[in-house]
Design a protein around this ligand. Structure first.
Ligand code: ASP
Length: 439
């Protein structure tokens, strides 16, 4: 049995956290491949090393003196090394980094050093082989992840190694330049490594005991989710639930490897299992609730719209031409409404509206801003009658006006549009009805 274990930044923020991680890894011999993040915050006012690297490189890029900033980063690593009493010096590594910063090696190179250096420390601490991600994780010239080449090279490399540390977050382009995933991307590396070594499980260790039914900033002490499917998680993370990077499910999902979200500070807790499918019923009819504020509804009316072949395509082309992605699109006989991200749309609003007039020639258009979308997600909804009814009566009782409803044919989720001001109240009402009162 082989387990891949990925540790997030807060699990590796200082020597004490490293020691906990060491204990976790040594407690189970099958935890053979380790993917570390860069050191995260040690307390709420602290800085993540990745953010320090971005700031430091910005100075280098402007031709300013960055040495003080770089030394602060070195101090973070040195205090981990000293705290663990390792016989290791990063002096030479930092000389190379400083020289490369001067040469303007790129912002991705800079950010990647956080994981790279933490990987070196971790491999020394565990006595595991260090595998530089630049040798085994690949991107194309445009920076798109190259799954095929990566799988081929990485699986071969891991076959030769009993145990290894592979730093997260980055890889290399064909010309050898370093490229990173988007923020939080070590989760993706962990998933890629799990697929490459055909792991039986991908353990993702963080600072919470798994996924929660709702956002703890809105609901006090929300219930944990024990088992969730990849598809449910994808719906929830897309709508803002942020335990795992939203792209991290793809490699393991294809390979059928479950992900177990675990808490480094509470290793006994079982955490959340993320699986392909399950016959285990969720504790509640719904698995989770998530949502985001800041959408605009673009209402488009045209008489006889329904019989005009190609109307929707023309209307959507107006958004596509201006690089605006579309979130939802409920429609009526003579109307359609397109939901877009406010932040993306605002700057291009008039261009989109003029493209719309030119391409689709609608009778009437209207814009409504400051809307929020809430996704109520659950595999259990399909087999239960009245779920939608319960949601809407809870919202009505809470005096919330529902502006949009969208239920996919998979019946995995119901999306509800409300005004930004009603967002928190709506989530509380839905959580209450399904989890607290369990109606
Ligand atoms: N260190 C990177 C970040 O802060 C990647 C990661 O932690 O997954 O985004």
């Amino acid at each position: 049995m082989v387990k891949v274990v990925k540790f997030g930044g807060s699990s590796l923020a200082n020597a004490e956290q490293f020691a906990k991680v060491g204990e976790i890894i040594r407690a189970d011999k099958s935890r053979k491949y380790v993917v570390p993040s860069a050191p995260g915050k040690r307390h709420s006012k602290d800085a993540k090393v990745t953010d320090m690297l971005y700031a430091c490189y910005a100075l280098a890029d402007e031709g300013k003196d960055f040495r003080v900033q770089l030394m602060k980063i070195k101090d973070r690593y040195d205090s981990i090394i000293n705290g663990l009493q390792l016989n290791l010096s990063l002096e030479e590594e930092f000389k190379v980094i400083a020289a490369n910063f001067k040469e303007k090696a790129g912002v991705d190179y800079a950010a990647s050093r956080g994981e790279y250096l933490n990987g070196i420390i971790m491999s020394k601490y565990l006595g595991y082989e260090f595998v530089d991600a630049a040798e085994v994780i690949f991107f194309d010239e445009q920076g798109v992840f190259d799954a095929e080449k990566t799988h081929k090279v990485l699986s071969k490399r891991l076959e030769e190694l009993e145990t290894a540390v592979i730093p997260g977050f980055y890889g290399a382009k064909p010309d050898g330049t370093i490229c990173t995933f988007s923020r939080g991307g070590s989760d993706i590396t962990g998933s890629i490594v799990a697929k490459a070594c055909k792991a039986s499980i991908y353990e993702n260790w963080t600072d919470v005991s798994g996924c929660l039914v709702a956002d703890p900033r809105i609901i006090e002490n929300p219930k944990p989710i024990k088992v969730i499917t990849y598809r449910e998680l994808r719906e929830l993370s897309y709508m803002g639930a942020s335990v795992l990077h939203e792209d991290a499910v793809f490699p393991v999902r294809k390979a059928g490897i479950p992900i177990n979200i675990r808490n480094t500070n509470d290793p006994e807790a079982e955490g959340t299992m993320i699986v392909g499918s399950t016959c285990q019923k969720a504790d509640y009819t719904i698995t989770g609730i998530a949502g985001k504020k800041g959408f605009v509804a673009v209402s488009i009316d045209k008489d006889m719209m329904n019989s005009e072949v190609g109307f929707c395509r023309k209307a959507l082309q107006a958004f596509e031409e201006n690089g605006i992605s579309i979130e939802h699109m409920p429609s009526g006989i003579d109307t359609m409404t397109v939901f877009v991200h406010q932040a993306e749309f605002e700057g291009k609003e008039q261009q989109v509206m003029s493209s719309l007039r030119r391409l689709a020639n609608p009778d009437f258009t209207e814009l409504e801003a400051d809307l929020a979308l809430i996704a109520v997600v659950g595999r259990g909804m399909k087999s239960q009658r009245g779920t939608a009814g319960r949601i809407f009566s809870a919202l009505a009782h809470a005096n919330i006006n529902v502006r949009m409803i969208d239920q996919g044919s998979s019946e995995l989720n119901i999306i509800i549009g409300v005004s930004n001001d009603d967002f928190e109240k709506a989530i509380k009402a839905i959580y209450d009805i399904f989890v607290v009162t369990r109606l």
